[in-house]
Write a protein that binds this ligand. Structure first.
Ligand SMILES: NC(=O)c1ccc[n+]([C@@H]2O[C@H](COP(=O)([O-])OP(=O)(O)OC[C@H]3O[C@@H](n4cnc5c(N)ncnc54)[C@H](OP(=O)(O)O)[C@@H]3O)[C@@H](O)[C@H]2O)c1
Length: 265
């Protein structure tokens, strides 16, 4: 058998790029997808816009016809929308879901026929914001919460085929995510100005001071080598991972009190 083949979406930057790099270094044949189509050391890039159904279908078919197989999908393409719910338009909210939720779904659906054949692996990059609703990132959080339910259901469908599904829930990582975040335009009067600015500053500061994405890539390399990867993996600084655990274990009121402070509210 030749080397195993993985498609990584969002491979031109940040977490996706680090995963492409890390997997190539471990001997995987890596194809990295993004709109920029950048390549890296030991892996080739292809241009795929995950917002576009046709792009994804043909892109995945091309990968399989060139490499002959597909053993894993790491779906990392995504971006952040910030601002108050009241200030957000339906178009802005839809755009967030188009990439973060439907972009993942498109890649998964195109890859599944091949992954069922190889008894492959699906890794979906969710977020700590897919477990904890982040004020002033409501649509970002909603798109990641949607992925959490989707992946849980998908894992049940794929179990009989030996295909695993893992949700990766990163805390703060230093990537292009912060500078590329889109902010909605506040309405007249800007009722949320003080709280929004404080929350956005905290977010940007925490992300810029976050870990290097290589940490996460190493975890993905290990995950793809595991015989039975877990459904959920949270990666990041200890306090952020404790936050995820606390959300799952504590009564919500107790959790909320503690979390407002850390979110700068
Ligand atoms: N950084 C963090 O602290 C953090 C924390 C939790 C979760 N995450 C998640 O991690 C994932 C990766 O984010 P990152 O931090 O690595 O951000 P990043 O450095 O901005 O990288 C985002 C990647 O997604 C790609 N992308 C965006 N829209 C796309 C589209 N329509 N089609 C194809 N590719 C697209 C970008 O490539 P092109 O622009 O070239 O298309 C880029 O390669 C996201 O899902 C994000 O929600 C990040």
């Amino acid at each position: 058998m030749g080397s195993r083949v993985v498609l990584v979406t969002g491979a031109s930057a940040g977490i996706g790029r680090a995963c492409a790099q890390g997997l190539a270094a471990e001997g995987w044949t890596v194809v990295g997808a993004s709109r920029r189509g950048s390549s890296g050391e030991g892996w080739r890039g292809v241009r795929i816009d995950v917002d576009d159904e046709q792009h994804v279908t043909t892109g995945v078919a091309d990968v399989v016809s060139r490499e002959g197989r597909l053993d894993a999908l790491v779906a990392a393409a995504g971006w952040g929308l910030a601002g108050a719910v009241e200030d957000t338009t339906t178009e802005e909210a839809r755009a967030q879901f188009e990439t973060n939720f439907f972009g993942v779904d498109r890649a998964v659906r195109a890859a599944l026929p091949h992954l069922r054949q190889s008894r492959g692996r699906v890794v979906i990059v969710s977020s700590i914001g897919g477990v904890i609703g982040l004020p002033f990132q409501a649509y970002y959080s909603a798109s990641k919460f949607a992925l959490e339910g989707y992946a849980e259901a998908l894992a049940g469908e794929l179990r009989p085929f030996g295909v695993s599904v893992t949700l990766l829930e990163p805390g703060n990582f230093r990537t292009e995510f912060t500078e590329r975040r889109r902010e909605v335009t506040p309405r007249e009067g800007d009722a949320y100005r003080v709280a929004r600015s404080r929350a956005l500053e905290t977010m940007a500061r925490d992300e810029s001071g976050g870990a290097e994405p290589d940490v996460l890539a190493r975890r993905v390399v290990r995950l793809l080598a595991q015989r039975r990867p877990p459904l959920r993996v949270s990666v990041g600084p200890m306090d952020e991972r404790v936050g995820v655990l606390a959300k799952r274990l504590l009564p919500y009121r107790v959790f909320e009190r503690a979390s407002r402070k850390s979110l700068g509210l």
